[in-house]
Each structure stands twice: as C-alpha cells, then as structure tokens.
Design a binder for this molecule. Structure first.
Ligand code: FMN
Length: 162
C-alpha cells in the first residue's frame, strides 16, 4: 500500500496527487497537515509531494511536519517524490522543495525511487537535480499543464516496472 502525502497552496499539487492515486490504485491520499509518524510508518511505499514557494522554499504545510519525517523510521521503505513549480518564473529555484525533502530522508535507510529526466524542461538551477536527473517527478502547471497527466502516467509506469 502506498501513502501519497501532499502539500499544496493553490491546489495544483493536490490535483497531481489525486491523479497519481487514481492511476496507481492501492494507495491513500494524506494532506501533509494531517501527517503523523503512525501514518508514515504504516505504508511500504511513500510518495511525498510539495510545490515550491518563496525562493526555493517548501510548501508551507510541510514546514511544521518536517520533524515527523525526520523522526519516522523509514528503514526498508520505498520513497518517491513529486513536485510542482514554475520553471520560467523561478528558474534558479525550480522544484527546490524536492531537494529539501530529499536531504531530510536520504540517510534514513529507505530506498529512493522514481528519478525523472531533465529533458523537456528549461531552468537554470534546482536542488532537486542530483546526478543529472530530478530526484522525483517534476511538474509545472504554470507553463506545461497539458503535460502533467502524461508525465504522471509515464512516471508511474517507471515506478511499477521496478
Ligand atoms: C510567490 C511565489 C513563489 C514561488 N516560488 C517558486 C520557486 O521558488 N520555485 C518554483 O519552482 N516554483 C515557485 N512558484 C510556483 C509554484 O510552485 C507553482 O505555482 C505551483 O503550481 C503551486 O502549486 P500548489 O498550488 O500545489 O501550491 C512560486 C509561486 C509563487 C506565486
């Protein structure tokens, strides 16, 4: 069972999370405001979603829940990321929220799933790019809304084929 945890200010990441849940099946959606360690620990797979705000900041609701993520036992779990940002308007901090989430859990003993190619995007810098690929699914409803659903479909098939 997969837990899809999302934080969203204007509803874009929430909408993406809903599409992910529909396509994936066998999953539950959790607004990050409701996150606690018991919830986190009950899933074998976690998909963590955040938009990026300010200049490279996590979506607000994540801030107060980062400790829950830090303190949870994620050993042996599969963890993936999906994010929403504006690659043209915030070209130097595109998708940085995912870089922040990655830093928090990278040494937790979980395995990270679902990296995503940078081809098809135009931006200058992102902390979500590691070894030449996004650490998770990068979405951009401001500039490429027509691609969101197909990107989700292809990301999910890359997750489920492993
Ligand atoms: C004030 C403001 C700051 C933003 N800062 C960033 C940023 O640093 N990096 C980025 O990739 N997107 C940034 N964005 C774009 C949002 O992440 C984008 O609009 C996203 O779709 C919002 O998703 P949400 O509705 O799930 O919160 C910013 C948008 C606004 C209005």
């Amino acid at each position: 069972m997969t837990g899809i945890i999302w934080g969203s200010t204007l509803g874009n990441t929430e909408r993406a999370a809903t599409i992910i849940a529909e396509q994936l099946g066998d999953s539950e959606l959790i607004a990050v405001v409701n996150l606690d360690s018991e919830t986190l620990e009950k899933y074998d797979t976690l998909l963590l979603g955040s938009s990026t705000w300010g200049f490279g900041d996590l979506q607000d609701d994540w801030d107060s829940k980062l400790n829950v993520l830090k303190e949870a036992n994620l050993k042996g779990k599969r963890v993936g990321f999906f994010g929403m940002g504006d690659q043209y308007g915030y070209s130097d901090t595109y998708m940085d929220a995912l870089g922040t989430l990655y830093e928090v859990i990278k040494d937790s003993g979980c395995s990270i799933i679902g990296s995503w190619p940078v081809a098809g995007y135009s931006f200058s810098a992102s902390t979500a790019v590691i070894d030449g690929a996004f650490i998770g699914l990068a979405l951009d409803d401001d500039n490429q809304p027509e691609q969101t659903e197909e990107r989700i479909t292809s990301w999910i098939s890359s997750l489920t084929n492993k």
